[in-house]
Design a protein. Structure first.
Length: 310
């Protein structure tokens, strides 16, 4: 089977390589020609446009920054809709808008093709190892028909419902994460200001009921050592995801005060010029308000805490 992939950036590049390793023929397209070179060298075909890629492939995947790019790739003058054919399927792996997913689903269905929102989670490391979580929204038969392909790029794959459902699940996941980061910044600044050392506070609180979670371990990479330049997830994308989630809540009349606060924090961090830094850089704002300097827990101390008891 020939598979198309549009968007071979941080996530898409590794996803494409895993598709090739699984034995599928791969066709790639990216607006940055240099991005496709490794895939061409590994045996992939390079398409000139989304239209051409859709004509060449039975299944199309996209891994793009957000709704604007997804809509352009799908509906543009040389977009997927111009080349998609009967019985083909399109899985959008991007974090995007449920409303857009539903609209595109209807437009692709009118051409006797399936469009499924299939956002992924796991970051660059999960993409490289094939250990991505994936939430699928759309026609279940199309999902089942191509599950083997999806298993070549992910290990936790969930069909969650009709078109848009995958995007809703991903927005819940990502928005919850950024709300928790805002809460951690508030509570840790309180504890530090009250007299606890950040390493002792982290070491002890993470052993409680709510501390036995990967969220706390993730603080070791960014917040504790104040290391934000090597971004696992860029601030710009974090602000986009929480913005999409608050829009979804507004559509259904659901108040989300903490989500709104988290979005304000992310936007304030963007205003500092931190768009390309790790999204958790926004946690610095709460430390500033508390009159604290950025944390500086050493790598050795972090490793000591992480390895204790293992």
């Amino acid at each position: 089977m020939r598979v198309g992939l549009i968007g071979v950036g941080t996530m898409g590049s590794a996803i494409g390589m895993n598709i090739l390793r699984a034995g599928y023929e791969l066709v790639v397209h990216d607006i940055r020609p240099q991005q496709v070179a490794p895939h061409r060298e590994a045996g992939a075909i390079v398409a000139d446009s989304p239209n051409q890629l859709a004509q060449l492939c039975e299944v199309v995947l996209t891994s793009l920054p957000g709704p604007e790019e997804v809509e352009a790739v799908s509906c543009g003058s040389r977009g997927l809709l111009q080349g998609i054919g009967d019985g083909k399927a399109y899985f959008d792996l991007s974090t995007s808008s449920p409303a857009l997913a539903r609209r595109l689903h209807a437009e692709f269905l009118a051409r006797n093709a399936d469009m499924l929102d299939a956002p992924v989670s796991g970051g660059p490391y999960g993409a490289a190892s094939g250990r991505l979580a994936m939430w699928i929204g759309g026609r279940e038969q199309a999902y089942l028909r191509h599950r083997d392909l999806l298993e070549s790029i992910g290990d936790e794959i969930w069909y969650v419902g009709e078109s848009g459902a995958g995007s809703i699940a991903k927005l819940v996941h990502n928005c919850a994460g950024f709300i928790m980061y805002a809460a951690l910044a508030e509570t840790f600044s309180m504890g530090i200001k009250a007299g606890l050392a950040p390493d002792v506070l982290w070491q002890t609180v993470r052993k409680g009921l709510h501390g036995r979670r990967p969220m706390f371990d993730s603080m070791a990479r960014n917040f504790l050592p104040s290391s934000y330049d090597d971004a696992d997830f860029r601030l710009e994308l974090g602000a986009k995801d929480v913005g999409l989630a608050t829009e979804l809540a507004a559509e259904h009349g659901v108040p989300m005060a903490l989500a709104a606060h988290a979005l304000e924090e992310l936007q304030a961090a963007l205003a500092r010029g931190w768009a390309d830094k790790d999204a958790r850089v926004s946690m610095l704002l709460q430390l500033e308000r508390a009159g604290l300097e950025p944390l500086s827990v050493s790598a050795e101390r972090i490793a000591e805490i992480m390895n204790a008891g293992e």
